[in-house]
Ligand binder design. Sequence first.
Ligand SMILES: CC(C)(COP(=O)(O)OP(=O)(O)OC[C@H]1O[C@@H](n2cnc3c(N)ncnc32)[C@H](O)[C@@H]1OP(=O)(O)O)[C@@H](O)C(=O)NCCC(=O)NCCS
Length: 331
Amino acid sequence: MGNRPLGVKVGSNLVGVRLEVRLPRRSDSDAVAALFAAAYPARVDELARRDERVRRWVAADGARVVGSGSFWPVRDRRFRMDLTVAPEHQRRGIGGRLLGLLAGAAQAAGATTLQARTESDRPEVLAFLGRRGFAETMRMHQLVLDVASATLEPYAGVERQLAAEGIVLTTLEDEQHRIGDACWYRLCAAHHAARDGWPDPDPDPDPDADPPQPPAVAEFRRRYEEYARLLPEPEPCILAVHGDEVVGFTGAIGTGVRPALRGQGIATALKVRVIAEVRERGLKTLYSTTANPAMLKVNERLGYRLTTTEVRLVRRLQELQGAVPDGQTVR
Ligand SMILES: CC(C)(COP(=O)(O)OP(=O)(O)OC[C@H]1O[C@@H](n2cnc3c(N)ncnc32)[C@H](O)[C@@H]1OP(=O)(O)O)[C@@H](O)C(=O)NCCC(=O)NCCS
């Protein structure tokens, strides 16, 4: 489907309402932003970002925008979506119609899966998505740390214990000075190895698919730098190194440890070092996001507090081909 204007009249089952689903106009932007902020309060910072790949439709009751839905590709034909209907217009079929449109358009654009998100305390949204073929893939916990009151003392000796095993902590910056761009190869290799057990919000719909190949180092570095720019405050990238190998890391690309070395305190030591460094710099708050239970444990025992939990749910579009033209058949 191209970007032609789409005017779908869906007023038939909506008593007293003449609803039009269409492409957004410039004048709709404030209304769309307000709907998004109400539905996804933890993601309001995304409103400032413009992404040309996002395709959006709005549901309008006359001049008033009462719903909005969008999707965008993430990787390998896996797409994500947002959907929101104004509270006073809910339970009238608007969300179902928008969702049907999104699913059909995403499939036509080549999507094999579509991921939706909501916060865990919204059982009505979880039920709405569940009835329309979405299955939960992960729970992403958002955490916040008051840096001054972090619990570091019980873990002060972990770094020394690791050093006795030949594992030392350093920073990406220091490694860059010491060995030049080779540090990016080593970090990229460690990041790829740590994917084992790293929760994937958009799992491959084909269980027999080959495991993903490591990205080219230049692409990995580009992604790292992109994520670093999105951090609310600059954070150091700390590496755990054993000989010539990076065995663990924490930074803009998350925290990871090579599978063979997990459970020895490496992630704990890395996080303790980050907190101590930002405390030194006078930073008051750190944020973290994780779906991994071990990482959640590490963060919480250092003093991070859980703020919200976002549920990610995925619908397989290819499997449902033809069965759900308007989001109403799968219940
Ligand atoms: C998460 C990860 C970084 C932890 O690294 P690690 O070096 O093993 O962490 P630590 O040894 O410092 O501490 C892990 C703690 O979690 C515990 N743990 C392990 N698996 C757990 C599980 N499924 N549920 C709860 N706790 C678990 C460990 O027992 C340990 O606690 P303990 O010290 O009281 O025994 C590592 O498992 C990893 O790389 N996973 C894949 C990448 C990933 O998902 N990263 C998180 C992205 S945000």
